[in-house]
Design a protein around this ligand. Structure first.
Ligand code: HEM
Ligand SMILES: *[C@@H]1O[C@H](CO)[C@@H](O)[C@H](O)[C@H]1NC(C)=O
Ligand SMILES: *[C@@H]1O[C@H](CO)[C@@H](O)[C@H](O)[C@H]1NC(C)=O
Ligand SMILES: *[C@@H]1O[C@H](CO)[C@@H](O)[C@H](O)[C@H]1NC(C)=O
Ligand SMILES: *[C@@H]1O[C@H](CO)[C@@H](O)[C@H](O)[C@H]1NC(C)=O
Ligand SMILES: *[C@@H]1O[C@H](CO)[C@@H](O)[C@H](O)[C@H]1NC(C)=O
Ligand SMILES: *[C@@H]1O[C@H](CO)[C@@H](O)[C@H](O)[C@H]1NC(C)=O
Ligand SMILES: *[C@@H]1O[C@H](CO)[C@@H](O)[C@H](O)[C@H]1NC(C)=O
Ligand SMILES: *[C@@H]1O[C@H](CO)[C@@H](O)[C@H](O)[C@H]1NC(C)=O
Ligand SMILES: *[C@@H]1O[C@H](CO)[C@@H](O)[C@H](O)[C@H]1NC(C)=O
Ligand SMILES: *[C@@H]1O[C@H](CO)[C@@H](O)[C@H](O)[C@H]1NC(C)=O
Ligand SMILES: *[C@@H]1O[C@H](CO)[C@@H](O)[C@H](O)[C@H]1NC(C)=O
Length: 521
């Protein structure tokens, strides 16, 4: 019995190998991209995600233009978007939550204001097979809070985009009664105390605008530098801080903003909520001070962004990677040479000198040179070390490890059995062409490619996924020891990166994301 089960285990491991060794993206395409958005904030190779909220008082309109004199604030809009997506959750029924259904719901009176389509317009190019809009709705809040003075809310990926509007309605509005407001929070899983804390955490950023909410904010602040007439919740509209609590309790500054002080008593929803327990929760927040407030916000905003429909399972929180291989790929260089190239990103504290070494599992080793251009991140400083190595030196390797200064060395898998060739794979408008190389001796029968294209759909700015197949045909020539296959197909107009998976029998052998012309790198 014993030897037999051992053999079965070995066989199982071998059968699973192709799935486990999907190359190029560490630890996988989804986490690699989301980590990039989260960590590469400014400077070299920054994701452009942070630019919309740098500085935190910035405003990027629905058509993607800065309009800083409007009195609107993108970092604040991102928090409001996730709240409106979240609060129609029915946790008892296991429906709703953060699923980007808000994109379909912008015509509802309870979702008036420009925040939703403004935000979706900015996020849209980042969406692809591995990055759903719903994860960006959550990540927007993680980044606004972390970049604008708050703390890091652990970001767990894995949300799933809704295919239509959530049938549940009921987002608290300025004129909603206290009872109904509390019922709406309760349905979404939050009691009265939590509703007060969460609202204070949201209403530390941004404003209530005369344009959109004239029943709340009067026209006193409308000016050439505040054309939409925003009345700020506190005196630091772009700072995620406890100022709103202090000013409310002290009666100083903006005294909590116009949902507390409105000329229109019916529209003083924050005042009704905050004093619904005789101000007890607000006073507790006040005495806890800045740090305590930020911690409570991490907790409650975290619960909000992690509220998802019952059929969705979130993954572990993304940790910023100290050592991250980026754009690692085999490609065909001049004279049909096969080369592995990429960059190693080192995330560390600024000003530390590092020596970066790459060592392949066959023993081949190189010292890498760090590029001059550095990036900055809320998590530290990023440096980049490029490499380009001939297949003949490392062909027998199944992994490489990176050592960098004082950081613990880390090992990453590679494979050279099936390779999508980036320089011979392109998206041009609505046509995709791809080329792969299969190592001689690797089983190359039954290969096909699955293309996933993010495309526009009616009623929301959130893209849907369209699928296409490519049948591959054998070519002559190519690097020695490899056989080339090629194919092409037409696709719908992409809104972001197009992904190609090389498949056989439902297994993914390799993955490549192709810039659709607008992708978020
Ligand atoms: C009783 C519950 C709530 C009501 C009635 C309410 C109502 C409002 C209203 C009327 C605005 C003005 C929007 C505009 O003029 O563009 C606003 C802004 C905002 N809300 Fe709430 N809100 C509530 C709770 C929350 C919660 C729980 C959060 C997030 C955790 C949140 C986040 C925000 C943010 C960040 C803004 C500023 C948006 C901007 O400056 O564009 N709100 N809210
Ligand atoms: C809300 O729940 C928290 C625990 O999560 C508890 O400490 C608090 O007392 C509850 N508030 C109310 C009003 O039930
Ligand atoms: C006062 O606020 C309520 C609720 O938001 C609204 O229905 C009413 O029209 C407002 N009144 C004025 C004068 O703006
Ligand atoms: C502001 O509103 C008041 C009435 O509430 C009106 O008399 C005044 O003309 C308005 N000002 C501007 C600049 O629209
Ligand atoms: C608007 O901003 C400009 C510069 O940012 C400043 O010179 C001007 O005084 C401001 N106008 C008002 C009405 O605040
Ligand atoms: C709650 O606090 C606000 C602001 O300090 C104050 O105006 C209000 O009277 C208080 N309400 C109660 C019931 O204590
Ligand atoms: C990775 O590849 C993308 C697409 O070619 C490029 O825009 C980006 O700058 C590359 N990143 C690094 C760190 O080289
Ligand atoms: C990088 O920095 C070094 C030292 O400051 C300088 O000599 C070199 O020219 C720089 N290289 C590039 C490509 O800018
Ligand atoms: C993309 O397609 C257009 C029209 O089909 C063609 O004119 C153009 O040369 C192509 N571009 C590339 C880089 O192949
Ligand atoms: C090669 O793959 C095809 C398709 O999955 C399969 O039918 C065939 O048995 C495989 N051949 C070998 C030698 O493994
Ligand atoms: C938001 O965008 C969608 C999709 O383009 C559109 O159908 C909807 O009317 C827009 N909503 C608003 C309030 O402009
Ligand atoms: C980032 O945005 C800037 C404009 O703000 C643009 O010039 C640049 O091409 C963008 N980078 C990428 C990789 O999309």
């Amino acid at each position: 019995m014993r030897p037999k089960s051992l053999n079965l285990q070995l066989l199982f491991v071998q059968l699973c190998m192709p799935v486990a060794t999907a190359m190029f993206y560490y630890p996988n395409p989804q986490v690699s991209q989301l980590e990039h958005i989260l960590v590469d904030n400014w400077g070299a190779y920054a994701s452009n995600f942070s630019s919309a909220i740098t500085p935190c008082t910035r405003y990027v309109t629905e058509i993607g233009e800065a309009a800083d004199n409007s009195g609107r604030t993108t970092s604040a809009q991102w928090l409001r978007v996730v709240f409106h997506d979240f609060v129609t959750a029915d946790v008892g029924a296991g429906t709703g939550g953060v699923d980007a259904s808000i994109g379909f719901e912008t015509f509802r009176e309870e979702n008036k204001g420009s925040a939703f389509n403004d935000s979706f317009t900015f996020w849209r190019p980042f969406v692809n097979e591995f990055v759903p809009m719903a994860d960006l709705v959550a990540l927007g809040t993680v980044m606004s809070v972390n970049l604008c003075g708050g703390k890091y809310i652990p970001f767990r990926p894995g949300r799933v985009d809704a295919l239509g509007a959530d049938p549940t309605t009921g987002v608290p509005e300025p004129g909603t009664s206290l009872e109904e407001t509390l019922e709406e929070f309760e349905r979404a899983g939050l009691n009265q105390t939590e509703a007060i804390v969460l609202t204070a955490c949201g209403h530390t950023l941004g404003s209530v605008h005369h344009s959109g909410f004239p029943e709340v904010s009067d026209n006193s602040t409308v000016s050439e530098n505040n054309t939409n007439g925003g009345i700020n919740f506190d005196s630091t509209r772009g700072m995620f801080d406890s100022r709103v609590v202090q000013e409310y309790i002290d009666g100083s500054g903006n005294r909590g903003g116009s949902l507390v002080t409105s000329f229109n008593e019916t529209s003083r929803s924050d005042l009704r909520l905050y004093e619904s327990d005789s101000n007890a929760t607000m006073k507790t927040l006040y005495t806890q001070g800045e740090d305590g407030f930020l911690d409570m916000c991490v907790d409650l905003l975290g619960r909000m962004i992690d509220t998802v429909p019952a059929h969705v399972t979130l993954q572990d929180a993304i940790q910023p990677m100290s050592i991250k291989p980026i754009n690692v790929t085999w490609d065909i260089a001049e004279n049909s040479r096969l080369v592995l190239s990429g960059k190693v990103r080192i995330l560390d504290q600024a000003g530390q000198d590092k020596t970066v070494t790459i060592t392949f599992s066959n023993g081949y080793k190189e010292a890498l040179t760090i590029e001059n251009a550095t990036g900055t991140s809320v998590f530290g400083e990023t440096q980049f070390a490029p490499f380009m190595i001939d297949h003949s030196r490392i062909g027998a390797s199944s992994s490489f490890s990176i050592g960098a200064g004082g950081l613990a060395a880390e090992t990453f898998d590679i494979q050279d059995s099936y390779l999508i060739i980036p320089s011979l794979s392109t998206v041009n408008g609505t046509s995709v062409k791809m080329t792969i190389a299969a190592k001689k001796g690797a089983n190359d029968s039954g290969l096909s490619a699955r293309i996933t294209v993010p495309t526009a759909q009616p009623l929301t700015l959130g893209p849907k996924s369209s699928l296409a197949e490519i049948k591959l045909q054998r070519l002559s020539g190519g690097p020695s020891g490899f056989v080339l296959w090629q194919g092409d197909t037409d696709i719908e107009q992409p809104t972001g990166a197009v992904s190609i998976r090389l498949m056989r029998d439902g297994e993914t052998l390799d993955t490549l994301l192709l810039d659709g012309g607008v992708a978020g790198w």
